[in-house]
Write a new protein. Structure first.
Length: 274
């Protein structure tokens, strides 16, 4: 896979070039890479407590894909917004935002990708779009999260201090740098959105529904606590084709082996280009 950096600009109705910073101010809930006419669009839903910038940088590594990343309340430009009260509240807000965005109305095919907690939100957002009679993603990619009808084991979001919560997550999934664990200031900054997302997971209850009419790709790491069996259970949630692929690595296999992960993602998205 070869990487290339694109120009992060798009032309507005007045013909002026709008920068990524302009768009971020207008749509703090959605961070977007360069507009790429004809390229498939990928909407990314980050993991619990995740930084959207980690996913936005894929725009440089996947020059044939147009990348968009959902930014949840309590982080980035939305740091002053209250945390959502439930998965349903969050999904309703994200769905309203997507439907109000002119870019989402683009007739090009698009895909959703959610990693860990983001997989749950991507799935529920797809359900909300289906229930509203809206155009659905051409592919739903869920990564490192059990099927939504199965139990989820996660650290207690309210019974642990910031340090203990981050240590519990690091021991379970990795992904938290030592410098965060060793810094009181960084612990506070990282723990707040992580705790908010884990509260949503703890309170979530799956509502049975007709399987989605969307092809499903399920990804995971061979050394993750989320087993291949737990990932295979996603098959119940689509009436279309299902592909389950296990890669070397743990919960953050997509970081540890980024190039083969992005190669697989590109192979998946390339047929959607037009």
């Amino acid at each position: 896979m070869s990487g290339a950096t694109g120009t992060a600009g798009a032309t507005g109705t007045a013909g002026a070039t709008r920068t990524a910073e302009d768009r971020a101010r207008d749509r703090p809930w959605l961070l977007s890479g360069p507009h790429r006419p004809g390229a498939p669009r990928l909407y990314c839903f980050p993991h619990a407590g995740g930084n959207p910038v980690e996913y936005l940088r894929w725009a440089e590594l996947l020059p044939a894909v147009e990348i968009h990343v959902l930014q949840l309340p309590g982080r980035g430009a939305r740091h002053d917004e209250p945390d959502p009260g439930s998965v349903e509240d969050l999904v309703a807000a994200l769905t309203d935002g997507l439907l109000a965005d002119p870019g989402f109305a683009d007739p090009r095919p698009y895909a959703f990708l959610g990693h860990s907690f983001g997989a749950l939100i991507a799935y529920e957002t797809t359900r909300a779009l289906r229930d509203g009679g809206r155009r659905l993603p051409a592919e739903l990619v869920v990564s490192a999260f059990p099927a939504p009808h199965t139990p989820v084991s996660a650290p207690d979001p309210d019974g642990l201090s910031d340090a203990a919560l981050l240590r519990a997550v690091a021991d379970r999934h990795g992904g938290i740098p030592p410098e965060v664990l060793d810094s009181r200031l960084l612990r506070v900054l990282v723990a707040r959105p992580l705790r908010a997302d884990l509260r949503l997971v703890a309170a979530y209850r799956h509502r049975p529904a007709v399987p989605l009419p969307v092809p499903l790709t399920v990804l995971g790491g061979t050394d993750d606590r989320v087993t291949e069996g737990a990932l295979n259970a996603w098959r119940e949630h689509t009436a279309e084709s299902v592909t389950v692929h296990m890669s070397p690595g743990g919960h953050f296999y997509l970081r540890d082996h980024e190039e083969p992960f992005l190669d697989r993602l590109l192979d998946l998205l390339t047929p959607l280009a037009r």
